[in-house]
Design a binder for this molecule. Structure first.
Ligand code: GDP
Ligand code: MG
Length: 206
């Protein structure tokens, strides 16, 4: 696969059908703690109307779901988000947003089945909500990139400080993003694809 031709990315599609030229479908998971922007990212970047399973937070979720910094959030994803984006006419990404809450971790095994890579969304006001998620990905051997979401009052750390705080390998890409913007979300996915491409290239014996 060659992702260098990213300047030829087609504009947003509105139709639901795949181009007949689509040859490669890649599964990508979007993960992170509660309220970091997973549903927002899948929604902003998807060319099909995203499937989202949201449920109004009930009394039962109070004290269980850590919703610090997301006081205005009244719905939480209980199953997952699903979307699709065509990178080129030939390459299609299927996006699976997965719940960060610990009580939904039983879903993770199936969700990582066949996943080529992951995006970990980060809210720098609550770094700790993504620690476990990152540990899980490392355990499962799923390559990932870190996307730091631009929440207005979130502290800004130098990249290397973040890398240290999250105990990340030196090659894991860390990028800033605004999950509400399609172009920004797509940039994150392109960063992941380039990273996967680089990994595949270095792992293949010459
Ligand atoms: N300022 C800002 N707000 C965001 C961004 N991404 C998501 N949000 C907001 O954060 C809240 C939680 O986002 P959501 O996608 O539901 O989080 P999820 O629990 O990870 O699915 C929503 O009110 C979003 O509008 C971002 O990049 N910047
Ligand atoms: Mg959600």
């Amino acid at each position: 696969m060659d992702f260098k031709g990213s300047d030829t990315i087609p504009g947003p599609r509105t139709e639901d059908h795949l181009p007949h030229t689509a040859e490669t479908a890649v599964k990508i998971v979007i993960v992170g703690g509660f309220g970091v922007g997973k549903t927002t990212m899948v929604g902003s970047v998807s060319e099909i109307r995203p499937l989202t399973t949201e449920e109004t937070m009930t009394q039962a979720g109070i004290g269980v779901d850590d919703n610090y910094g997301s006081d205005t959030k009244t719905a939480t994803t209980v199953a997952m988000d699903f979307g699709r984006i065509s990178i080129t006419d030939r390459l299609v990404l299927y996006l699976f947003g997965t719940p960060g809450q610990e009580r939904f971790w039983f879903l993770w095994n199936g969700l990582f089945e066949g996943a080529l890579g992951a995006v970990v969304l980060l809210d720098t006001r609550r770094l700790e909500v993504s620690f476990d998620v990152i540990g899980r990905l490392e355990e499962k051997g799923v390559p990932f990139v870190i996307a730091v979401n631009s929440f207005p009052d979130a502290p800004q750390y130098p990249v290397e400080e973040l890398r240290q705080a999250l105990d990340l390998a030196p090659d894991v890409p860390i990028v800033a993003c605004d999950a509400r913007r399609r172009a920004s979300s797509r940039d994150v996915l392109m960063t992941l694809l380039r990273f996967l491409h680089a990994l595949a290239t270095t792992k293949t014996p010459a």
